[in-house]
Design a protein around this ligand. Structure first.
Ligand SMILES: Nc1nc2c(ncn2[C@@H]2O[C@H](COP(=O)(O)OP(=O)(O)OP(=O)(O)O)[C@@H](O)[C@H]2O)c(=O)[nH]1
Ligand SMILES: [Mg+2]
Length: 384
């Protein structure tokens, strides 16, 4: 005897995979569980591969591919918003939106194919008008799904926010305030932070990775110089840059030079810190005014970070999309656009619609290669 436990039999199709499944429940603990597993393997079982249960559920038709991916996203979700969004995808909300687009494509394809069998001029003119209206509607619906997916992809990957500015302006103090913990060392000495420090926080359900870095300046000291190099590397990878300066000093020539050197195209939030101190200058109107010491203005800063990252929505309206989904949606859009130019040559029109449908079908797994399936399920944890 190894343990006392419970055996549950799930007859097909009422199991996670849709197949008959036996589940053994024990008291837990790695040694006992290992012994139970070893006994099962001795009796002829083998260990499951990563994601094998979910893969079987997909092959049995219990889940489509977007739902199967949502299982992994639910397990890996880095914020409560991401988890809720993954659960909605698991319940099929994202798949239903893709399915609605496919249904529109199928209908238009059927009408076009039917028309190709009667190549008369009146039919042609009628069909052109109808097809153009339908295609316009489809294009709009596709744009909406794409916008909701692109925004939702932020929930999956999180927003990488890098705090930068000159030394001593209060970057580390801000990180501590935003995380609610004394994570970074704060001193009155300029050049305190050297290593880049990453902390995960959640803003309105969105996962955000805050990176505190060394203050930017020319330094003769080797450790600080290496810190500044690290800071530059972090800045190059940022989704959003938070540029901190002292409200009382304002944006001087040195700050402006640093701002000019930031990578173009990365959104930048300017933060005037230490507003609790008597201000001798009025800071730029576009700056968020905060005090890391008193906490004033931090809600405005949190909101500014989300807006700069392109997050405008509420979490309920987005789809937790993966890069793969976004690429498929872009391909579908390109084919729909190509079809819009082919309303003289209906064979080509129909072909573009077919390709658009195939691209969308990849999202839910109607058309997928074994390679892609292997890649997707290999990223699951074992036993899921
Ligand atoms: N009065 C006031 N002091 C602040 C505020 N924020 C930071 N300080 C002080 O400013 C000094 C520098 O703060 P840090 O957070 O270490 O600044 P930093 O930008 O991380 O500095 P480096 O790591 O050296 O680049 C400390 O003495 C803080 O207590 C603020 O909002 N108000
Ligand atoms: Mg610091």
């Amino acid at each position: 005897m190894i343990d006392e436990g419970l055996v549950i039999f799930f007859p097909a199709p009422h199991s996670y995979t849709g197949e008959p499944v036996v589940e053994l429940q024990g008291h837990g603990g790695p040694v006992v569980m290992h012994a139970v597993l070893a006994a099962c393997v001795d009796a002829g079982a083998r260990l499951a591969e990563p994601g094998e249960f979910t893969r079987r559920a997909f092959l049995e038709g219990r889940l489509d591919l977007a739902q199967a991916e949502a299982v992994a996203d639910l397990i890996d979700s880095a914020s409560s918003g991401a988890a809720r969004s993954a659960l909605r995808s698991l319940k099929g909300e994202f798949s239903a939106a893709i399915g609605a687009l496919i249904a529109q494509l199928v209908e238009l394809r059927a009408l076009t194919e039917a028309m190709l069998d009667f190549p008369e001029d009146e039919v042609d003119a009628l069909h052109r008008e109808d097809a153009e209206t339908r295609l316009g509607r489809l294009r709009e619906a596709l744009e909406e799904v794409f916008a909701r997916s692109r925004e939702g992809s932020l929930l999956r990957s999180g927003i990488n926010v890098v705090l930068t500015g000159r030394p001593n302006v209060g970057k580390s103090s801000l990180l501590n305030r935003l995380t609610g913990e004394e994570r970074a060392i704060v001193t009155a000495f300029a050049g305190t932070t050297r290593d880049a420090l990453r902390e995960s926080v959640e803003i309105d359900g969105v996962p955000v990775i805050l990176v505190d870095t060394a203050g930017l300046r020319e330094s003769r000291e080797e450790i600080e110089r290496l810190g500044v190099e690290r800071a530059q590397r972090e800045i190059a990878r940022a989704d959003v840059i938070v540029f901190v300066y002292e409200a009382s000093a304002g944006l001087g020539p040195e700050e402006r030079a640093l701002l000019d050197a930031l990578p173009a195209g990365v959104p930048c939030v300017r933060v005037a810190n230490k507003i609790d101190l008597p201000a001798s200058r009025t800071p730029g109107a576009d700056a968020v005014r905060v005090s890391a010491k008193t906490g004033e203005g931090l809600d405005a800063l949190r909101a500014a970070i989300l807006v700069s990252a392109g997050w405008h929505a509420s979490e309920e309206s987005v789809f937790l999309a993966r890069e793969r989904h976004l690429r498929a949606l872009l391909r579908a859009r390109a084919h729909v656009e190509a079809a819009q130019l082919e309303t003289e040559r209906w064979e080509l029109f129909a072909e573009e619609l077919r390709l658009a449908q195939a691209a969308l079908g990849e999202i839910t797994g109607e058309f997928t290669s074994d390679d892609l399936l292997g890649e997707i399920f290999a990223r699951f944890c074992i036993g899921k």
